[in-house]
Design a protein around this ligand. Structure first.
Ligand code: CA
Ligand code: CA
Length: 398
């Protein structure tokens, strides 16, 4: 996987050298280049950011139908793909003796055919995980031993099947509580301090060790939300991962979901990421990945369903996307970030419609409901060139 990432950068560099006329960052990108994101003349987000990081998106099986508008979009714009739902436990392993591999097989076939990076999401999560994991035939809790065995069987079966094919796994998802310590999930409650050493990180420890045994070359990520803005969560994550790394648990990086909004404080985000980046003092190869980026048009304390998208709001929205991408390019230059994945790619398919407020219409991505590029897309396309020409203010200079 690391080879594929490096190879991608080398190939992108070669293209830039051999073809200056089409050098992606020399171009001034304008909306008249393509109205619809699937047009042949559409430029490519992944090309423009190739010197910084791979760009990806959460997708669904319908996106892999060759020749369709959606296939053209994902093939041109992205390097990295995560299935939005189909690799989650409730879908891939709905009953103890039943696995549904079809959609994840399709993802992997697509990745192999087009030489794309593929992410597996997710192995151990409290949500979208069927009850059978935690219950015996009477509906009572299973013992810690039984749950550990079920978790190991789940991870080993799935990761082994896709060994060498799924590049990166979100091994554990959302294990940190929003207020303090670890989330009191069924995984934590039942497995607890399994090895008796005084901490209750055990289900995380076992999950990562099991995944590493099943595919020694896969990148193993611990993924969570609000690490950008919640200082307590970032500190809890830092402390836990630091201890586990020192104990030799094979965690390769932290996944930053980055479900943010148009008012998210980017300087606060930078401080939290600087803390998490200190984990390189324990493991010099430790990485951060952005795994689920979207930018809501509603702040977290806003319960409204409709947003008036004025010109002024659009400018604020676009500027926030640029501010965030400047931070992400800074992290790339520091060598800690090589992957940025959006959660979806068009507003109409985003999970942020109807959630967390029923009846809500949201506009958090770079492509609109008609699959037309939004102004935020064009702003991000020009950002690397402007940054390298010194046309954008860096955060340090402010
Ligand atoms: Ca323990
Ligand atoms: Ca331990």
């Amino acid at each position: 996987m690391k080879c594929k990432r490096l190879l991608g950068a080398v190939m992108a560099a070669a293209v830039l050298v051999t073809s200056l006329a089409s050098c992606s960052k020399e171009v001034n990108y304008t909306p008249d280049m393509a109205e619809y994101a699937y047009e042949d003349g559409a430029p490519s987000l992944r090309d423009v950011y190739a010197d910084y990081f791979q760009v990806g998106a959460a997708v669904n099986p319908r996106d892999f139908e060759e020749g369709t508008d959606r296939f053209k979009i994902i093939d041109k714009q992205f390097d990295v793909y995560t299935l939005e739902n189909d690799t989650k436990a409730e879908n891939i392993h709905p009953a103890e003796d039943e696995y549904n591999f079809e959609a994840t097989d399709q993802l992997v076939e697509f990745g192999e055919k087009y030489d794309k990076t593929v992410r597996g999401h997710t192995l151990v999560w409290h949500s979208q995980c069927p009850d059978w994991f935690f219950c015996d035939e009477n509906g009572d809790d299973v013992t810690a031993d039984v749950l550990v065995e079920r978790m190991k069987e789940h991870i080993t079966t799935i990761v082994s099947r896709y060994k060498g094919k799924i590049d990166t796994w979100d091994v554990c998802n959302e294990v940190i509580d929003d207020n303090y310590g670890l989330r009191f999930s069924d995984w934590l409650r039942i497995i607890g301090d399994y090895d008796g050493d005084g901490d209750n990180y055990d289900f995380v420890e076992i999950a990562f060790q099991t995944a590493r045994e099943a595919d020694p070359d896969a990148r193993l990520i611990i993924n969570d939300y609000s690490l950008e803005v919640n200082g307590n969560k970032a500190v809890t994550m830092y402390n836990m991962v630091k201890q586990l790394l020192e104990e030799g648990v094979p965690i390769d990086g932290i996944g930053l979901q980055m479900h943010i909004d148009y008012e998210t404080d980017v300087e606060r985000m930078r401080k939290n990421f600087e803390l998490l980046a200190k984990l390189r003092e324990v493991d010099p190869d430790f990485v951060l990945e952005v795994t689920e980026l979207d930018l809501s048009c509603f702040t977290s304390n806003d319960n409204s369903t409709e947003k008036e998208i004025t010109e002024e709001f659009t400018q604020q929205f676009d500027a926030k996307y640029c501010e965030v991408f400047n931070l992400l390019m800074d992290l790339s230059e520091e060598g800690i970030l090589d992957t940025v994945v959006f959660w979806g790619y068009d507003d109409g398919s985003s999970w942020l419609n109807e959630f967390p407020v029923e009846g809500r219409t949201n506009y958090p991505l770079l492509i609109d409901r008609d699959l037309k590029f939004k102004s935020a897309y064009w702003n991000l396309m020009n950002l690397p060139r402007q940054r390298e020409a010194g046309e954008t203010q860096s955060q340090e200079a402010e």
